[in-house]
Design a protein around this ligand. Structure first.
Ligand SMILES: [Zn+2]
Ligand SMILES: [Zn+2]
Length: 800
């Protein structure tokens, strides 16, 4: 290291500004000095070099700046006082999309440079990060709508502060030849802006215009060959078609969407028919915040999420009145998923002043068949979306890596819960207070993401979907290679779930190439993910409440109602939901009526014909189920609380068969949300097991209470709300017991897919807080399996 080298890291919180005072042992303020400054973090593709250029010029400094494999390197020379101020401001005033993780300053002998220049980038493995994609900024939107601007209505308008980044970058450093814009040589006007340090588009890699950018086209399923409108005509025709009820495939930044008018019941019904998706709610795109507020409740936190640069789908509590057509779009959900336009093409689809009026709310759903990977390229789009779309609004700029829309909700306390972490969030760095070895964690099998980590940093991929088929595994491999290129992490260890049957586990075994493969128990990984997200160093264990549907327990049972005392090194199982048979394994996941009958039987309650779950099937099926349970054939024991939610949903008659994952639990939550005024709660029994074994949380009294209520005429909604309260009370009771008996555990971590349930999330947190616990909840990492890889990475990458 050169002499007098200092390295500063400020990972979790920004540093205190250091002030401008010059210590006595440093040179006089006017002495000429030279410094080599290396800035790492998200500093490429965010206007960092123009910012450096402007700052240096303003302070009268000379030297140069370059993107290198090590980060942004500034060679800066001038009076000592000004150089010190320059280094300060790098830290305190970076551009809006930047995320500086460290600034490294080294001394160098003065060289007497002239002027300040931006040097071409140097090749090499990236150690800095490309930022997530950002929604079109206000300045660009103003130009888009300005008839006198040369980019009026240009569908690819962007600048240094907005637009695609992650989804167009193939290699580091982040420079035009390494992006999907490499094929579009800049025209003279764009080149002038690109080269002008005073311009908003100075070194903005995706910059383009009508003369030099990608071309938008509309191809109709029924169109005549050659009749392909371009540019403004393509957009106008797409708007006309959507207004008339057509379904149009629209190429976004991370993949294709299927788009139709949300206020056209016929179009929505047709979309459901073509996607074979009868009940799963669709997300919508609203023209603006005012329109979104007509659909659902928009408070300050929701507004900030809707309009922020990540521009996710935000779950809003739906208004009963207002926009009636949305009821079809949302099915029975109490929420409506709304996003605002985040690309110029979306903005133009809603029309600019002077355009014919069109729908102000569009259904916008991923352009793929259920369970398949996102469609990102044209041959695929024309092939796989044939029969789904009436037309394709597409362009010739490639999508380098698929990226789904992110899904978030705001809690009543204003914090965010990220349910699907993808566009706008990936691949933002997650700072962890651990010294991790370079590691690749491959996640689970559903809602898969992967995680690369090294030293104090972890990077989660975008949401990849289910690992089931070959196409999904290919997109997993593409995402892994892409993230490795972007982060420069070369993993020496692979980490998987303990489940031997997971496709992700088998993938890791096939690709280990001699590297060690570590396994991490599913619920331990959930708890570790939450600890890491909150920056815990693992010195103190937490009580982890990990609630989901399924996870390999290592004892032959499927876990999922777990209370663990955990740190990064390991865990101790403190309590779990009582085991019941899961008849037929996965069949019971698809058919909640099976779980209802299994839970009734375990509670000693007969399958009376007046109970909806028993009445839903013909005589044969329950009889076969009875025989299966008696003989214990293909009846793995489960402690999954997700399976108990399924059982309750069927018991009350809401959902006996599911069409999409977690449907029964979502519909049960929706029912509970309709009956918040109804008092009362059921109660779980807590049973001790011998020899200090885990406490067993027994749902039998809950089942009995629910059956009694149903018989006395209480509706499904009332039973649902009393069940939700019972779960929250049980969580608090178990945590109190643990604290009393073990004398440890002031902190409780709520994690697992079941905590996507907004009622349960709030009620558990409230009950625990009232009992004096510190409660950790997920904010930027999903509580479900989308966050699993982060937990695997920190457990598997820990050096101790
Ligand atoms: Zn912009
Ligand atoms: Zn141009």
């Amino acid at each position: 290291m050169p002499p007098h080298t200092t390295t500063e890291r400020h990972d979790a919180t920004p540093p205190e500004p250091t002030g401008r005072r010059i210590p006595a042992d440093l040179p006089d303020g006017d002495t000429q000095v030279r410094r080599l400054v290396t800035v790492t973090g998200v500093v490429q593709g965010v206007g960092f070099r123009p910012f450096v250029h402007t700052l240096a010029t303003r302070l009268g400094l000379v030297g140069e700046v370059a993107n290198t494999a090590a980060g942004v390197v500034v060679d800066i020379e001038g009076p000592h006082r000004a150089v010190a101020e320059f280094c300060d401001r790098l830290r305190t005033e970076p551009p809006p999309l930047a995320d500086v993780s460290a600034i490294h300053v080294a001394e160098a002998p003065a060289a007497g440079a002239q002027g300040f220049t931006i040097r071409p980038s140097q090749d090499g493995q990236g150690r800095t990060m490309v930022p997530p994609d950002a929604a079109t900024c206000d300045a660009c939107l103003a130009e888009l709508a300005d008839p006198d601007d040369r980019r009026h209505r240009h569908p690819f308008i962007t600048c240094t502060h907005c637009g695609p980044r992650f989804t167009i970058t193939a290699a580091m450093p982040y420079d035009r030849p390494n992006t999907a814009m490499a094929a579009y040589p800049l025209c003279e006007d764009c080149a002038r802006e690109y080269a002008d340090p005073a311009d908003r588009r100075f070194h903005a890699q995706p910059v383009a215009c009508w003369a030099c950018g990608p071309v938008l086209r509309l191809t109709s399923a029924r169109g005549e060959p050659g009749a392909t409108p371009q540019g403004g005509a393509a957009l106008a025709e797409a708007r006309r078609m959507i207004a008339r009820g057509a379904i149009v495939a629209v190429k976004g930044v991370g993949g294709y969407h299927l788009v139709c008018a949300a206020d056209s019941p016929d179009a929505v019904r047709e979309l459901r028919r073509r996607k074979a998706r009868a009940r799963k709610p669709f997300a919508v795109m609203a023209a603006d915040v005012a329109t979104a507020a007509r659909l659902g409740r928009v408070g300050p936190a929701e507004r900030a999420l809707l309009t922020g640069p990540a521009r996710p789908i935000v779950l809003l509590r739906r208004h009963d009145t207002g926009f009636t057509a949305v009821a079809d779009v949302c099915s029975g959900s109490p929420d409506v998923g709304v996003m605002l336009p985040y690309t110029p093409v979306h903005r133009l689809l809603f029309g600019l002043p002077g355009d014919p009026p069109g729908p102000t709310v569009l259904v916008v759903t991923s352009g793929n068949r259920s369970g398949e990977p996102l469609v990102t390229d044209e041959p695929d789009a024309f092939d796989r979306l044939a029969g789904l779309a009436d037309a394709w609004l597409w362009h010739d700029r490639p999508i380098t890596v698929p990226c789904d829309d992110s899904l978030v909700r705001a809690r009543p306390d204003g914090t965010t819960m990220v349910l699907r972490r993808s566009r706008g969030y990936a691949p933002a760095r997650i700072a962890v207070p651990l010294d991790l070895r370079p590691v690749l964690a491959v996640g689970g099998d559903l809602k898969n993401t992967l995680c690369l980590a090294e030293a104090g940093s972890a990077w989660l991929s975008a949401h990849l979907g289910d690992m089931g088929d070959l196409a999904a595994q290919r997109s997993f491999e593409r995402a892994e290679a892409h993230l490795r290129t972007l982060t420069g992490v070369t993993p020496g260890v692979l980490v998987t779930d303990m489940h031997p049957g997971y496709a992700s586990t088998r993938w890791a075994a096939r690709h280990a190439a001699g590297r060690p493969v570590r396994q991490v128990q599913h619920h331990h990984a959930h708890v570790a993910a939450l600890m890491a997200e909150h920056g815990l160093d693992g010195g103190e264990p937490v009580i982890g409440v990990a609630f989901d549907g399924t996870g390999h327990g290592g004892d032959g049972a499927s876990w999922g109602g777990e209370v663990l005392l955990a740190d990064y090194a390991g865990f101790h199982r403190l309590a779990h939901l009582a085991y019941v048979p899961q008849p037929g394994g996965d069949a019971a996941v698809r058919e909640p009526w099976r779980m209802a009958l299994s839970h009734l039987r375990a509670a000693g309650l007969p399958w009376a014909a007046d109970l909806p779950c028993a009445a839903t099937r013909t005589d044969d099926e329950p009889r076969l189920l009875e025989r299966q349970l008696t003989r214990a054939v293909n009846c793995p024991p489960t402690s999954g609380i997700g399976r108990l939610f399924d059982a309750m949903a069927s018991l009350v008659g809401i959902c006996h068969d599911i069409e999409y994952e977690a449907q029964a639990a979502l519909e049960l939550e929706a029912a509970a949300a309709r009956a918040l005024d109804a008092p009362g709660a059921y109660a779980f029994a807590l049973r001790r097991t011998p020899h200090d074994g885990p406490v067993v949380i027994d749902p039998a009294p809950v089942l009995r209470g629910a059956v009694d209520d149903l018989r006395s005429g209480a509706g499904a909604d009332v039973v649902a709300v009393r069940f939700h309260r019972a779960v929250a009370h049980a969580v608090a009771a178990v945590c109190r017991t643990v604290r009393r008996d073990a004398g440890t555990g002031g902190t409780v971590a709520l994690t697992g897919g079941v905590f996507a349930n907004a009622l349960l999330d709030r009620w558990c947190a409230d009950a625990l807080t009232a009992d004096g616990f510190t409660v950790l909840r997920h904010r930027t990492v999903p509580p479900g399996d989308g966050g699993l890889a982060l937990g695997q990475a920190v457990v598997g990458g820990c050096r101790n």
